[in-house]
Design a protein around this ligand. Structure first.
Ligand SMILES: C[S@@+](CC[C@H](N)C(=O)[O-])C[C@H]1O[C@@H](n2cnc3c(N)ncnc32)[C@H](O)[C@@H]1O
Length: 406
């Protein structure tokens, strides 16, 4: 992977990267997603089902979703004005009328159903493949490896992970009490299905965007140690190594199933990553020892008190001058009430209880309360980057980045 190409700024205004963003191209076949030695051995019928589900997601996101805005404009908004004689102030007020709207109810039920079908389909294939892939991952781990895997069976996995079937993923990230690779398998195939490959062939768009952000905002930084917290299967950890080849890159997660899979996947793709099972609230990295801490799509799955502890932990392990960067969705603050409302769906119907509290949070205060000076915090949209045949290119939407320098 060549990460050295020059980056050119996109001319369009920055819009958060999201499968429901208007005008996404029709996805190709799931067969085109990046494969590696740990990928499931899908057969013809599996691909037929996976392509069907990918198109269901796409159809819902691109063709059915926009009708909600029309329902709001033509019915909900008028009803709100009639009842209250003023504009709605926030997402809760929009919801007070929209949750009874028949179009929104139909969309919501179909979206939930598509999500459930998506797990039914891929987990049918995963059920067959999991024992074989677990053995493959174990064999890779026993052999000569470029990176490493350190599991901690004694770790108390936080209850906010084990108690939630996050985004309806059966068993969540710590399936089968952390014994196998199931959650890793499920996550690896799920990201591409949901986005129709929109996060890149290897689902690594957030990772490349982090690389691009760090290079452009902190050009003086030459990181030697990078820690990616909540790395799951390492989709967005691998680009950090490619983007900063001189650095030792650590992937940390509290759950063993994604980590076993992540290690096998990284080895299969030839990228040396040091994976370890740790709680991001209390890691074993020494004080002032890390140059960069990253997360990708992680913070919105963490309850607020734990987020505060994680921020303090990041501040502890960063060297003076070190940087934390988090790729996320933007806060609700400043967004039109309808936009806030339509983006809260996952909290209510997709088992993502911490998403709304995260998006209601002031990211600058969050970093500041952990010890980062306010004038050293960045919170704003930043162009998304993809690795292309021509190198790293800024294209296709943006991430909300929360960054701070110690
Ligand atoms: C949405 S996933 C992150 C996705 C991943 N960063 C990527 O780029 O694909 C959240 C991950 O964070 C992990 N996690 C949640 N709380 C954690 C904690 N306190 N310590 C370590 N990992 C945690 C979960 O096990 C899960 O794998």
């Amino acid at each position: 992977m060549d990460a050295s190409a020059k980056e050119a700024l996109p001319k369009q205004p920055l819009k958060a990267i999201h499968p429901e963003s208007a005008g996404r191209p029709l996805p190709g076949s799931f067969r085109n997603m990046g494969r590696h030695a740990l990928s499931q051995p899908y057969g013809h019928d599996d691909y037929a089902w996976l392509d069907f589900i990918m198109m269901c997601h796409f159809h819902m996101q691109q063709r059915v979703f926009p009708g909600n805005e029309k329902a709001w404009a033509s019915r909900g908004h008028a009803e709100f004005l009639r009842r209250f004689g003023r504009e709605p102030k926030d997402r809760r007020e929009v919801r007070s009328v929209m949750e009874r709207d028949p179009y929104w109810q139909m969309w919501s039920a179909l979206k939930r159903n598509t999500q459930e079908m998506s797990y039914d389909v891929r987990n049918a294939a995963n059920d067959r493949a999991a024992p074989v892939i677990a053995e493959k991952a174990a064999k890779i781990a026993r052999g000569k490896t470029k990176g490493s895997l350190r599991l901690n069976p004694k770790l108390a996995v936080p209850r906010y992970i084990t108690a939630v079937d996050i985004h309806l993923q059966p068993g969540g990230y710590n399936t089968d009490d952390g014994q196998g690779v199931y959650a890793g398998l499920s996550y690896d195939s799920g990201s591409g299905l949901m986005t129709g490959g929109g996060h890149g062939k290897f689902n690594d768009n957030a990772g490349w965007s982090l690389v691009s952000f760090i290079r452009s905002h902190y050009p003086d930084l030459k990181p030697k140690v990078i820690v990616d917290l909540g790395c799951t299967v390492g989709h967005n950890t691998l680009p950090l190594k490619a983007g900063f080849p001189q650095a030792t890159v650590h992937g940390v997660d509290a759950c063993a199933p994604p980590l076993r899979y992540a290690h096998g996947r990284a080895e299969a793709l030839g990228v040396p990553i040091r994976y370890s099972q740790q709680d991001a609230e209390k890691t074993n990295f020494a004080d002032n020892s890390v140059d960069v801490v990253t997360t990708a799509m992680f913070l919105h799955e963490i309850p607020r008190p734990a987020m505060a502890r994680i921020a303090r932990e990041i501040h502890r392990i960063l060297k003076p001058g070190g940087v934390m960067v988090h790729a996320e969705q933007p806060p609700y603050e400043g967004q039109p009430p309808y936009e806030q409302f339509i983006r809260e769906w996952d909290t209510y119907y997709n088992a993502e209880p911490f998403r709304c509290p995260f998006r209601d949070m002031d990211p600058v205060a969050w970093a500041n309360n952990a010890g980062f000076k306010r004038d050293k915090v960045f919170a704003g949209m930043s162009p998304a980057a993809n690795m292309t045949d021509q190198g790293l290119k800024l294209e296709g939407g943006a991430w909300f980045m929360i960054a701070a320098r110690k």
